[in-house]
Design a protein around this ligand. Structure first.
Ligand code: PRT
Ligand code: ZN
Length: 284
């Protein structure tokens, strides 16, 4: 039995999707040029599609799971479950207007013509806010629509904001925030669920490892209590005596977010020779 995963054929999510699988120990055979590729060390088969089709193909059972932006899942309104967020492909779906136009509230969108490739998401947002605007669905290059007189406003994905800026537009409403996620067909067989759980365990191990560092240092014994106080570790820090009496080697795991703060405190507690190394996998 194989778990069939849909991945973007090329584009912003492709490389990170392949990289994530590789970090999970899953290598795809015969590259990504074909429509599909088998994994040679995991019961998985990858299918390569346009991102717009992935949620639908997963809902229809063409694939069992997929890696796709939440923005697509929202837009196509297919019957799939967003199971796990992956931390890449972050963006937001926003409404933007020419920067010279005044904007006070969502009411200012009333009566405007808004160009978008996300008509369903836009429609939902407008209805929720009791705004009636004319949604103009186009297939690409949304950002040039106001400049060429095709629309008064746009609704499009934004990440850095550069595209809006270079087209003289300003972001006025954020409709949704999105990142790449694992989406799943709602009627998976038990055996496929088992493979999926195995994959999820690996993905979580990779994500946890990315957020943590392994840290080693030498410390005078009279400071060990202080040092252990700032180093929670997985259970508690490992302490090994050094050959030189009165000194120990302390080893632990530190979260990326607290990292510099912890280092500062360790130094104030006379820690020396601090080594920090990346963790490849971390299973809690
Ligand atoms: O061929 P295919 O249909 O598969 O690819 P595509 O060209 O439709 O999609 P692609 O590869 O551009 O994007 C795939 C997914 O990446 C999207 O569905 C989002 O989930 C995610 N993503 C993240 C983005 C962006 N950031 C993004 N900035 N998708 C598109 N953009 C575009 C946006 O449409 C606008 O044109 O980038 C421009 C804005 O970027 P900034 O940085 O200038 O703000
Ligand atoms: Zn697309």
């Amino acid at each position: 039995m194989m778990l069939r995963i849909a991945i973007q054929k090329s584009g912003r999510l492709h490389d990170d999707s392949i990289k994530l699988l590789r970090e999970c120990g899953i290598e795809l055979n015969n590259g990504t040029k074909q429509l599909k590729a088998a994994a040679f060390n995991f019961p998985m088969e990858a299918y390569f599609f346009r991102d717009d089709d992935i949620a639908q193909y997963v809902a229809d059972g063409v694939a069992d799971i997929g890696i796709v932006g939440e923005n697509i899942v929202q837009e196509v309104e297919e019957d799939v479950e967003i199971l796990h967020k992956l931390g890449f492909g972050s963006c937001r779906l926003s409404i933007a207007i020419p920067k010279t136009v005044n904007y006070n509230s969502v009411r200012d969108l009333d009566g405007l013509k808004i160009a978008t490739t996300y008509p369903n998401s836009l429609n939902k947002f407008l209805s929720k806010n009791h705004v009636s605007a004319d949604i103009h669905t186009i297939s690409g290059s949304v950002e040039i629509a106001p400049g060429i007189g095709l629309a008064d406003a746009i609704c499009d994905l934004v990440s850095s904001g550069n595209t809006l800026f270079t087209n003289g537009l300003k972001e006025v409403e954020v409709i949704l925030k999105s990142e790449a996620a694992i989406v799943v067909n709602n009627h998976l067989e038990e055996e496929k669920k088992r493979i999926l759980n195995n994959l999820l365990l690996r993905i979580k191990a990779v994500q946890t490892a990315r957020n943590n560092k392994y840290i080693m240092m030498n410390a005078p014994n009279h400071q060990l209590d202080n040092i252990c106080g700032v180093l929670p570790g997985m259970k508690s820090p490992t302490i090994v005596p050094l050959a030189e009496s009165g000194w120990s080697s302390v080893q632990s795991v530190v979260n990326e977010n607290d990292f510099w703060e912890v280092i500062e405190k360790l130094k104030s507690f006379e820690a020396e020779g601090i080594l920090v190394v990346p963790i490849e996998k971390m299973i809690l």
